[in-house]
Write a protein that binds this ligand. Structure first.
Ligand code: ADP
Ligand code: MG
Length: 597
């Protein structure tokens, strides 16, 4: 490094900050739409050229901006939405950081025309690369129209990261859809290259809006869901278990009206659905959580896609219970109306679901292939034991699908082994090995199937770690693999790397320790392995770090969640290291022990 320390000029700092807010054209669409909604618009038009890569125009009929404030709207941290720090915890608007307009304007050319209802003339302002290029009178209707062009022209690196126009357009439409679902009464029109691609009329309620936004075939397939717990309200619509999708892209969650992509919420929904739908199928859902602002921190990430709940366990339970109740009821006529899933009705519904799932297994795989019995006492003729006694290390038996969640949980031994009763005897599960396999499969599936990386937990303060040369080469050479697991690491010059995000299942790990453990677990020889094998090593090591340790008491809910996860992964008899994860003790063996045979 060379030179003196200088304070970066504002044009540069905003461009750096813009990287956080404006990742791609869709981020611009999102911010402009949110501003329009915050301004009370009832009609919004979006025009995209070349998928938003060339230009984006958003026109609204909202309250507009006064002449004297137009320039201010483009100043950093200028917002009309909060006044004091405490307000952050009370805001009901989408925006409050005052970062969007300056960020967008720093990487593009923005032309805005706007007029307030009572003012005779409107105002036009042009801002380019963060510099104001003129402010004049303009004749225009009430509301605001913002046209953004020359996007990322000054930031060629960003441009390079953009995908094809159609893909970028898809990302834009995703955001429009998410916001359209958040505000059923607002009319939205979208054109792309002059052609109408979405025309969503105002709807009187959410269910109508879902049909208008996502498509008519959703009508009749969605059932209302509602629940409440500790001041947190959940409501919305979820698909019947028969109506599933091959991807998770139509699972919409909102927290206090804000669309979020939240691992916890997704997991909770999948936990409820996994009991009634097949592996690798996903429900459609539009669910809103409303809670006092103090219960959730939306200020975690500039793009505000992640939130942090004060009581994540309660939220998790609320989602699982509400959805379980509702979709369970879907199978048992007469039990509908959004039962919360608690109480006897909930338990009955759960039992019914397990039965239903069992029935489906029986139908789809035939009696010989059904491995675990439902009730402990009932004996089924000549079924093979749950998991092969002496499995080959890493061997997978795809035709056998044990149903861990149908076993009766008896308890934990030595804080490590979970004991279950099934129709064929006992099943012992090593909690660490089982959890390790679950995490490993999740990582592997995510990487292989969707090509997506796992969601990482962004560190508020990125951590710089210096490494010996050989380790440094290994880590930098493995960046794409780590990224697939949700761990963001970048070279940081010299002998260091900077860790920006950790795998979501290791949110409390310490970056330095985790890297050290990873290097130790992978071993020296991993450095020379081809990429595919190296990936397995790294995933194994991360899964091992993330898995519940031996000697930890699990509560029944945790055990139930583990079982559901085990049911959802491709069947494997061992942990990724090759140790068995479950060992059956058959009735025959028990009878022998007691000299009944
Ligand atoms: P934030 O939304 O976080 O306040 P922005 O940079 O997105 O910050 O916008 C800055 C300000 O500009 C807003 O607080 C609002 O007062 C004004 N503004 C932006 N877009 C619109 C719009 N479409 N209609 C009315 N006012 C707007
Ligand atoms: Mg805004």
């Amino acid at each position: 490094m060379s030179g003196k320390i200088i304070v970066l000029p504002e044009t540069l700092t905003s461009r750096i900050a813009a990287g956080e807010v404006v990742e791609r054209p869709a981020s611009i669409v999102k911010e402009l739409l949110e501003n329009a909604l915050d301004a009370g618009a009832t009609e919004i038009a979006v025009e995209l050229e070349k998928g938003g890569c060339q230009s984006i125009r958003v026109t609204d009929n909202g309250e507009g901006i006064g002449r004297e404030e137009v320039a201010l709207a483009f100043a950093r941290y200028a917002t009309s939405k909060i006044g004091t720090f405490e307000d952050i915890y009370r805001v009901s608007s989408f925006g409050f950081r005052g970062e969007a307009l300056p960020s967008i304007a720093s990487i593009s050319r923005v032309e805005m025309v706007t007029r307030q209802a009572f003012s005779p003339a409107g105002t036009r302002i042009v801002v380019e690369g963060g510099e104001e290029r003129g402010l004049t009178d303009a004749g225009c209707p009430v509301g605001t129209s913002i046209a953004v062009s020359r996007i990322f022209e000054q930031v060629p690196v960003r441009r390079k990261f953009l995908k094809g126009d159609l893909t970028e357009q898809g990302y834009c439409l995703d955001w429009i859809t998410r916001l359209a679902l958040a505000d059923p009464e607002v009319k939205m029109k979208v054109t792309a290259g002059g052609r109408m691609v979405m025309n969503i009329p105002a709807a009187k309620d959410l269910s109508e809006r879902i049909a208008l936004t996502l498509g008519r075939d959703f009508r009749g397939q969605l059932i209302p869901a509602a629940g409440e717990r500790g001041g947190v309200r959940l409501q919305g619509f979820v698909s019947r278990p028969e109506f599933t999708r091959s991807g998770a892209s139509q699972m919409f969650f909102y927290v206090n009206r804000r669309f979020v992509k939240d691992y916890l919420l997704n997991h909770a929904a999948m936990t409820a659905y996994r009991r009634v739908i097949e592996a690798r199928r996903y429900p459609v859902l539009v669910l809103s959580l409303d809670m006092p602002p103090g219960e959730v921190d939306v200020n975690v990430h500039p793009a505000k896609l992640e939130v942090r709940f004060r009581n994540p366990r309660d939220i998790y339970a609320l989602v699982v219970e509400t959805l379980s109740g509702v979709i369970g009821a879907g199978h048992a006529p007469g039990l509908h109306t959004g039962a919360s899933g608690g109480g006897d009705a909930g338990r009955a519904a759960y039992a019914a679901r397990v039965e239903e799932a069992l029935k489906r297994y029986r139908v789809s795989s035939g009696p010989e292939k059904l491995i675990f019995g439902g009730a402990p006492a009932q004996k089924r003729e000549s079924a093979p034991p749950p998991v092969a006694r002496e499995p080959e290390p890493g061997a997978e038996q795809p035709e056998m699908r044990p149903l861990f969640s149908a076993l009766a949980y008896l308890g934990q031994v030595a804080g490590t082994y979970l004991v279950f009763a099934g129709g064929e005897g006992l099943v012992l599960v090593d909690q660490h090995a089982a959890h390790e396999r679950i995490l490993f499969e999740k990582l592997r599936r995510q990487a292989a199937e969707t090509g997506e990386r796992a969601i990482g937990q962004r560190l508020l303060l990125p951590e710089v770690v210096s490494l010996p040369p050989r380790d440094l080469a290994f880590v930098t050479g493995s960046v794409p693999i780590l990224e697939e697991a949700g761990m963001e690491v970048e070279p940081f010059g010299g002998d260091s790397v900077v860790v920006k995000a950790l795998p979501a299942f290791l949110p409390y790990a310490e970056a330095k320790t985790l890297l050290g453990d990873l290097l130790a677990d992978c071993g020296e020889e991993a450095r020379d392995l081809p990429l595919v094998e190296r990936r397995e090593r790294i995933f194994t090591a991360l899964a091992c770090r993330g898995a519940v340790k031996a000697n930890r008491i699990l509560n029944p809910q945790e055990v139930a969640a583990l079982c559901l996860d085990l049911d959802a992964i491709p069947q494997a008899a061992t942990c990724p290291h090759g140790r068995p994860l479950a060992v059956p003790v058959s009735l025959f063996e028990l009878e022998k022990m007691f000299k009944r045979r």
